[in-house]
Design a protein around this ligand. Sequence first.
Ligand SMILES: *[C@@H]1O[C@H](CO)[C@@H](O)[C@H](O)[C@H]1NC(C)=O
Ligand SMILES: *[C@@H]1O[C@H](CO)[C@@H](O)[C@H](O)[C@H]1NC(C)=O
Ligand SMILES: *[C@@H]1O[C@H](CO)[C@@H](O)[C@H](O)[C@H]1NC(C)=O
Ligand SMILES: *[C@@H]1O[C@H](CO)[C@@H](O)[C@H](O)[C@H]1NC(C)=O
Ligand SMILES: *[C@@H]1O[C@H](CO)[C@@H](O)[C@H](O)[C@H]1NC(C)=O
Ligand SMILES: *[C@@H]1O[C@H](CO)[C@@H](O)[C@H](O)[C@H]1NC(C)=O
Ligand SMILES: *[C@@H]1O[C@H](CO)[C@@H](O)[C@H](O)[C@H]1NC(C)=O
Ligand SMILES: *[C@@H]1O[C@H](CO)[C@@H](O)[C@H](O)[C@H]1NC(C)=O
Ligand SMILES: *[C@@H]1O[C@H](CO)[C@@H](O)[C@H](O)[C@H]1NC(C)=O
Ligand SMILES: *[C@@H]1O[C@H](CO)[C@@H](O)[C@H](O)[C@H]1NC(C)=O
Ligand SMILES: *[C@@H]1O[C@H](CO)[C@@H](O)[C@H](O)[C@H]1NC(C)=O
Ligand SMILES: *[C@@H]1O[C@H](CO)[C@@H](O)[C@H](O)[C@H]1NC(C)=O
Length: 330
Amino acid sequence: MHQTIATFSAVLLLTGLGLVTAQGNGGPGGGAGMMGRTAGNNTNPLCGTTANAPSVNHTIQGGVRYFQSNGCPPTNWTDHNYPAPNGMTYGQARSYNFPVIVNQTPVLQANISDALYVGISNPVKGPIGITLTGVALYSAVDALNRDAIIYEGRTFDTCGGHSTPDPVNTYHYHSMPGDSSTISHNGTRNSNFTYCPAMQSWLLPVNTTNNHSALFGVFVDGVPIYGPLGDGGKLPTDLDACNGHVDASHSFYHYHATSDYPYLVDCLRGCINSTLSYIQGATIPACKPAAQQYNYSSLDAEITARLEHVGVINGTMVNGTVVNGTMVLL
Ligand SMILES: *[C@@H]1O[C@H](CO)[C@@H](O)[C@H](O)[C@H]1NC(C)=O
Ligand SMILES: *[C@@H]1O[C@H](CO)[C@@H](O)[C@H](O)[C@H]1NC(C)=O
Ligand SMILES: *[C@@H]1O[C@H](CO)[C@@H](O)[C@H](O)[C@H]1NC(C)=O
Ligand SMILES: *[C@@H]1O[C@H](CO)[C@@H](O)[C@H](O)[C@H]1NC(C)=O
Ligand SMILES: *[C@@H]1O[C@H](CO)[C@@H](O)[C@H](O)[C@H]1NC(C)=O
Ligand SMILES: *[C@@H]1O[C@H](CO)[C@@H](O)[C@H](O)[C@H]1NC(C)=O
Ligand SMILES: *[C@@H]1O[C@H](CO)[C@@H](O)[C@H](O)[C@H]1NC(C)=O
Ligand SMILES: *[C@@H]1O[C@H](CO)[C@@H](O)[C@H](O)[C@H]1NC(C)=O
Ligand SMILES: *[C@@H]1O[C@H](CO)[C@@H](O)[C@H](O)[C@H]1NC(C)=O
Ligand SMILES: *[C@@H]1O[C@H](CO)[C@@H](O)[C@H](O)[C@H]1NC(C)=O
Ligand SMILES: *[C@@H]1O[C@H](CO)[C@@H](O)[C@H](O)[C@H]1NC(C)=O
Ligand SMILES: *[C@@H]1O[C@H](CO)[C@@H](O)[C@H](O)[C@H]1NC(C)=O
């Protein structure tokens, strides 16, 4: 038993070293005085364990969408079911400066083979996206490039996340946020998700009857991700290799979380603007955009609506979009 735990700690120790960060001045909220990730022992403040632990700002300026977060989950991250090995500050979630900066309008690659693969076929570690509550989204791989749910899933807390041990302490999801029993899916594709009570209202659509799942995050290609259900509240049957598709109620390319691999995304279909966000260890594919692109004009309002749904925004509404808003989760 102890041997097994030690193996897990070694694996987890390596998973959090990638980061998404602004190049240059970091955009709104990214100036001097922000907490950075530190090498060695992380002395950043521990995250709170209640719903108001996150601080997330969402801003749109000049065609660029900024998320700026302290990386903390809106739930009790100490509520995990794995023991701390002796001498390790294991599984502590600490705040850090977490910006995700993308072009406001995603631009899709013409050919899916030009997408950035992030899963087992081309492992990318560290943050590749952000939830609307400001938590990092990771790919499906662990430090040894294996299925992170199979090999680490039992370390997830009851809201489906975990944090990398000291020194990085990045709280993150490899699969559907809030899923209180990720491993219960046993590698099958189904809609039997049980969300932790603290996150239910943030993850479910306002009207849950036969409805498409709600938007819960955005990846570094600017493409949003929704919960597991597509049109009519049914599981999508036409997801591509990245885990994305277009459906009737959301007529632009978007991702869905799934109960089986890749859980979130296996590749990022949109072009990644590496001058805005950096993904450690990834070679960003050149952008060879499709001639026909999707109309994402409703996305700002949808993100704003979901942000308002999960918390409180004090910002200025410009054409239906919150600009310079600060979200404080209730
Ligand atoms: C972290 O702190 C522990 C306990 O103070 C110490 O033993 C260890 O050497 C430190 N590690 C680093 C990388 O500074
Ligand atoms: C969000 O913006 C507010 C007001 O500008 C600022 O005080 C806060 O530090 C920002 N939060 C983050 C995580 O950047
Ligand atoms: C968080 O979870 C831990 C472990 O279950 C518990 O001891 C603690 O009281 C919880 N904290 C809050 C604020 O609910
Ligand atoms: C997409 O890329 C693959 C691999 O490079 C190539 O074989 C295929 O012909 C391309 N498809 C199109 C439609 O360009
Ligand atoms: C899922 O896996 C667990 C652990 O191996 C097992 O106990 C359980 O019976 C499985 N459930 C299903 C529905 O296969
Ligand atoms: C759904 O998942 C829960 C655990 O999250 C499990 O107890 C239940 O048996 C599952 N139901 C089905 C039909 O698989
Ligand atoms: C759910 O259904 C209602 C009514 O059809 C619709 O207005 C709403 O946008 C749907 N989606 C969500 C996420 O609530
Ligand atoms: C909820 O959404 C479903 C599917 O979109 C729709 O049929 C139903 O009328 C909606 N209910 C309400 C109260 O809006
Ligand atoms: C990246 O974003 C910047 C800022 O919006 C923009 O000027 C630049 O054209 C973008 N580059 C690509 C390749 O889209
Ligand atoms: C948001 O606005 C309300 C009402 O004006 C105010 O009480 C609250 O302090 C503001 N919160 C932030 C984080 O600015
Ligand atoms: C708001 O929308 C109008 C009409 O589409 C446009 O002319 C105007 O420039 C927009 N304002 C801003 C600040 O984006
Ligand atoms: C948002 O903040 C920027 C930079 O501080 C400022 O130039 C801009 O006017 C603000 N926009 C609104 C709508 O408040």
